[in-house]
Design a protein around this ligand. Sequence first.
Ligand code: NAP
Ligand code: ZN
Ligand code: ZN
Length: 347
Amino acid sequence: MLTVPAYAATSATEPLTPTTVERRDVGPHDVLIEIKYVGICHSDIHNVRSEWGPASYPMVPGHEIAGVVVEVGSEVTGCAPGDRVGVGCMVNSCRVCEPCLRGEEQYCLNGNTLTYGSVDEDGTVTQGGYSTHVVVNDDFVLRLPGTLALDEAAPLLCAGITTYSPLRRWGAGPGKKVAVVGLGGLGHLAVKIAHALGAEVTVLSQSLKKMDDGLRLGAREYFATSDPATFERLAGAFDLVVNTVSARVDLDSYLGLLKPGGVLVNVGAPPEALSLNVFSLIMHGHIFAGSLIGGIRETQEMLDFCGAHGIGAEVEIVPAAKINEAFERMLASDVRYRFVIDTSTLT
Ligand code: NAP
Ligand code: ZN
Ligand code: ZN
């Protein structure tokens, strides 16, 4: 057992504070990773504050982990000490259900093991990456491309795969017009990835204040959703709209931006239920879809794609002492475009 520094939430309402967590001994299929950087995902805020339902405390969040292998178990063949690796939202799954066999462990029918807040095989609750080390089953350890720095690679492990997967599934590519709603952690990677896939990308943000960035990241156009004229001007314009907004939005406004047969895919996960006009959906043959991260195989594919295209996150590195401030800034949409914790500040 290894006792290591971490940052944890002790309740839904208290700020996160320094603590320690215990990491299990390295088993035959385990990998001990020294975490160098961990991204702050908006899901960490939803989870810490019990917005998706009652959570278990203390909770060490963090599922955008980038680090270096320290030790591997006797049966591990996929990585070796010194390798640069990543861990995303999952650290295990049943491996025998239909989704698992298809490589969609995120939809595991028997309940996958999330990187934090899940009950592990040994009965303990998993604790995430706001910490200096983690022990993970080798099948859930990803290889990071050599072309990317660890800090810019970390957010790919959640924000990257969460946008790559629906963009691929719903055919973002040459000749396709894709709108990305919300230019935050997920949104800015959606813009980069959709552009690299060959699609024509438009950003729909609350205001025009990040327009220069949006165009630099690969968007051709940029509009403010606070301006009602945006929805008139862009009516029926897109093949695919990817909604990354962490709060409630009016889905019908975004469905109105689709061509007949177009797809609105929701990856933003506000706690409140959203409604939509089914009659309008029918009349235009629109598809409304959800999407949860991506499977392990597809996550590796995404990392290799991002490595080949030089796509990393735009990051603001923060020390552990600024985690609570970073949460507040994210809630105010004041992030360009992902906070990443330098875990050397945890000790
Ligand atoms: P983020 O960095 O905070 O970005 C969210 C963006 O949404 C903001 O930057 C802002 O963009 C926009 N926004 C925020 N509040 C808004 C409001 N009230 N009205 C309109 N727009 C608003 O968050 P993130 O880490 O990208 O995560 C976004 C959402 O995706 C969260 O709900 C998270 O839990 C969810 N998520 C889902 C998955 C999945 O598997 N489906 C995976 C990861 C995260 P502008 O300033 O440009 O308007
Ligand atoms: Zn996440
Ligand atoms: Zn399964």
